[in-house]
Design a protein around this ligand. Structure first.
Ligand code: ADP
Ligand code: MG
Length: 591
C-alpha cells in the first residue's frame, strides 16, 4: 500500500512525537528535492506525475500531480515544521499511539516542504477540487511573500527555484549539472518502478527524458525505464507469501547487464529501499549466469503489514527495519535462482553471422543405432516444453525442436545437472539408500589432511559416502550413492562407479576437498559440500565428443526436464540455448 485511502487535514505533530522522528539533513542535493516532492504526489493518490528540471535542478525543479490537492486554508501549514496530514493516532489503541508504528505513506515527518522552503524559492499551487479556483503561495527563505487565488485543475504543482542560492556551501558542493541530472533521473526511475501504476514523465531542459505509461505491470515499467532492448528479456516472478509478506518482482535475464551494481531495486510497501543484505543475496543468485564484472537489473517487491516495517530509521528514508528480513532475503534469492535456472538462454545475436560453417556431411547428425530407433514422439517433462529430438550435433549437442523454435542442449552439462540433482537428493529425507561397494576403496591422506577429513565423515555419510577410519592416514569407503546409469545395460561403463566416475576420480575429489576454497558468499560448511557435488557430477557426466544413441539422448532430455533448474549446469553455465522461431523468421525474411 503506498497511499492513504483518504486525505486527512494537516496538523502540527505534538512535541513528543516530533522528537521521536529520526532527525537529519533531508535536502542534500537537487535529487533529494525531487524525491521528496514525488513522494508527496504519490501520497496524495496521484495517477499522473510530471517532473521538470532546469539547470541541473538548481534553477528549477517542478513537480505537478493530479492528486487530491491541499485546501487553501492548509497551504501555510504545509510548510511548517512537523506539520503533516499523514501520522494519525488511533484512538482505539493503547500504548504509543502516534501512528509511527504503522506508517502507510511515504512521508510522515512533515519536514520536506519546510526544509525546501528554507533553502529556495518555493511556490505551491494547489486545489482540492472542491471549486475550480486554486490557490497559490510563494515563499522565500521560509517566509510567505504572496498568497493569492490561481487557476488550477485538481492537484498540486510545487516549483522550487534558486535552490541553495542562500546556502553558499551547499551550492559549492553541488556537482556539475550533468551529474545532478543523472542523480535525478535515477530517483525518478526508482519512483517509477516503485509505483508502476502511476504515469511518470521527466523533462530535462524541456526535453522528455523518461516516460512511463502507468500500466501497473512491473515488467512493462522496467522496459519503459531501461529501454526497449529489454522487451524479450523480462522474467516475471509469481508472488509467494513468506512470514506474512508477499514477495514478487520482475527480473531482466542475464543477457542484459550493467557494469555498476546499483540496478537491483527493492521496493518494500511502495518504498524504494537499499538494504545491503538483500541486494547481496540477489546478486549472488544471479552470479552463476552473469559474465564476470557485470551486474543484473531487477526489481523485487515486498508487501508486508505496516506494523512489521519501521521506516523511521534514516533521514532520507532509504533504509527501513523489516521484521524477518533474513528469511525474506533468502526467499527472494531462491525465487531469483529458480526463475533464472528454468529459463533457457535465448539466442538473440543474428546467428547467420555467428554460426560456424557447417559442412554438409551426415556425420554431423548421428545415425540412429539402437532399439529406440523411430521413437519420434515428443519428450514431455515438467520442466521443459514438449520437445522432439532431432539428433546429435558434433557429438556434443542435442538438437531439439518445440513449438517455440529450436533448442540446443549441451550433453555434458545436461548430464552434470542430472547427476547433481541425484547427489543432492541423497541427503534429503526419503533419500536413496547408498549402495555397498563390492570392495572398499582405500584413501591415503597426507598427515595434515587427516583431522579435517575426519571432521567431514558425518556429512559425507549423509551424502551416501560411508567412510571408516582404518588407522593412521588411511580411510576406507564402504558405500556410495547410486546414480542413474546413462547407458542402459552397461551400468559401469568406462569403469564408472555407480555412475559417479572412476574410483580414482572419486578418491581424488575426496582428497582435495579442502584444497581450493574460492567460493564467496557461501558459509564454509556449505562450500566444500557444494564443491564436492559439483565436482562429482562433472567427473561422472558424459563427455563432449562421445556419440550418443537416440535412446540415450531421450533418456537425458527426460531426466533433465525433471530437474528443478534444467537450463543451467551446476557450475552455473548455460546448458540450454533457445533459438526463437521468430528469430528464424526474421533471419530468413519469411514474413
Ligand atoms: P510529509 O510528507 O512528511 O507529511 P511534507 O513537508 O512533505 O511532509 O508535506 C507536508 C504536508 O503537505 C503533507 O502531509 C501533505 O498533507 C501536504 N502535501 C505536500 N505535498 C502535497 C501534494 N503534492 N499533494 C497533496 N498534499 C501535499
Ligand atoms: Mg513529504
Amino acid at each position: 500500500m503506498t497511499t492513504t485511502p483518504i486525505r486527512n487535514p494537516i496538523r502540527l505533530l505534538p512535541e513528543a512525537v516530533a522528537t521521536r522522528i529520526a532527525a537529519g539533513e533531508v535536502i542534500e542535493r537537487p535529487a533529494s528535492v525531487v524525491k521528496e516532492l514525488v513522494e508527496n504526489a504519490l501520497d496524495a493518490g496521484a495517477s499522473h506525475i510530471r517532473v521538470d528540471i532546469r539547470g541541473g535542478g538548481l534553477s528549477l525543479i517542478r513537480v505537478s500531480d493530479d492528486g487530491w490537492g491541499i485546501p487553501k486554508d492548509e497551504l501555510q501549514l504545509a510548510i511548517e515544521r512537523h506539520a503533516t496530514s499523514k501520522l494519525i493516532g488511533d484512538p482505539t489503541r493503547s500504548g504509543p499511539n502516534d501512528g509511527l508504528d504503522r506508517v502507510v505513506t511515504l512521508g510522515f515527518r512533515g519536514e520536506a516542504l519546510p526544509s525546501i522552503a528554507a533553502v529556495a524559492e518555493l511556490t505551491i499551487v494547489s486545489t482540492d477540487g472542491t471549486n475550480d479556483v486554486g490557490h497559490k503561495i510563494v515563499t522565500h527563505g521560509g517566509r510567505v511573500l504572496t498568497s493569492e487565488p490561481a487557476p488550477r485543475t485538481r492537484g498540486t504543482t510545487v516549483s522550487v527555484r534558486s535552490l541553495f542560492a542562500n546556502v553558499p556551501a551547499r551550492l559549492a558542493s553541488a556537482a556539475r549539472p550533468q551529474t545532478e541530472i543523472t542523480q535525478i533521473t535515477q530517483v525518478v526511475r526508482r519512483m517509477a518502478l516503485a509505483a508502476p501504476q502511476v504515469r511518470f514523465a521527466l523533462f530535462v531542459e524541456r526535453r522528455l527524458a523518461l516516460q512511463t505509461t502507468g500500466s501497473g505491470d512491473l515488467g512493462t515499467a522496467l522496459i519503459e525505464v531501461y529501454g526497449p532492448s529489454l522487451r524479450d528479456r523480462i522474467v516475471r516472478l509469481d508472488p509467494i507469501v513468506v512470514a506474512g509478506a508477499t514477495l514478487s518482482g520482475a527480473l531482466v535475464g542475464p543477457e542484459v547487464t550493467r557494469p555498476g551494481r546499483n540496478q537491483v531495486h527493492l521496493i518494500v510497501n511502495g518504498r524504494w529501499v537499499q538494504p545491503r543484505g538483500v541486494l547481496n543475496v540477489i546478486e549472488a543468485a544471479y552470479r552463476p549466469v552473469l559474465p564476470r564484472g557485470r551486474h543484473p537489473i531487477a526489481v523485487l517487491t515486498v508487501a508486508a503489514p505496516p506494523d512489521r516495517i519501521d521506516p523511521n530509521i534514516h533521514p532520507a528514508k532509504t533504509e527501513i527495519r523489516l521484521r524477518d528480513d533474513k528469511l525474506i532475503a533468502q526467499e527472494l534469492g531462491a525465487m531469483v535462482k529458480r526463475s533464472l535456472g528454468t529459463r533457457p538462454q535465448s539466442l538473440q545475436a543474428p546467428f547467420r553471422t555467428s554460426l560456424p560453417w557447417l559442412p554438409p556431411t551426415p556425420t554431423l547428425i548421428k545415425e540412429d543405432e539402437d532399439t529406440n530407433y523411430g521413437d519420434d514422439s515428443p519428450i514431455e517433462t515438467p520442466g521443459l516444453p514438449p520437445l522432439r529430438l532431432v539428433g546429435q550435433v558434433q557429438n556434443r549437442l542435442m538438437l531439439l525442436e518445440g513449438e517455440a523454435g529450436l533448442f540446443l542442449v549441451d550433453q555434458h552439462r545436461a548430464h552434470e545437472r542430472i547427476l547433481y540433482e541425484h547427489l543432492t537428493a541423497t541427503h534429503g529425507p526419503g533419500s536413496n539408500e547408498p549402495l555397498p561397494l563390492p570392495e572398499p576403496l582405500v584413501l591415503e591422506l597426507r598427515p595434515a589432511q587427516v583431522a579435517a577429513f575426519g571432521n567431514r565423515l558425518g556429512d559425507l555419510a549423509a551424502l551416501g559416502f560411508q567412510w571408516e577410519h582404518f588407522g593412521g592416514h588411511t580411510f576406507l569407503l564402504r558405500t556410495a550413492p547410486e546414480l542413474p546409469g546413462l547407458f542402459p545395460g552397461e551400468p559401469n561403463a568406462d569403469g564408472s562407479l555407480h555412475g559417479i566416475g572412476e574410483p580414482e576420480t572419486l578418491l581424488d575429489a575426496m582428497r582435495t576437498l579442502d584444497d581450493d576454497s574460492d567460493e564467496e558468499d557461501v558459509s564454509e560448511g556449505e562450500s566444500w559440500r557444494e564443491r564436492l557435488l559439483v565436482r562429482l557430477s562433472c567427473r561422472g557426466a558424459v563427455r563432449r565428443g562421445r556419440p550418443l544413441s537416440r535412446g540415450t539422448m531421450r533418456t537425458l532430455v527426460q531426466a533433465l526436464g525433471a530437474t528443478p533448474t534444467p537450463a543451467v549446469c551446476p557450475h552455473g553455465s548455460p546448458l540450454l540455448v533457445h533459438v526463437d522461431g521468430s528469430l528464424l523468421e526474421k533471419q530468413f525474411g519469411w514474413d
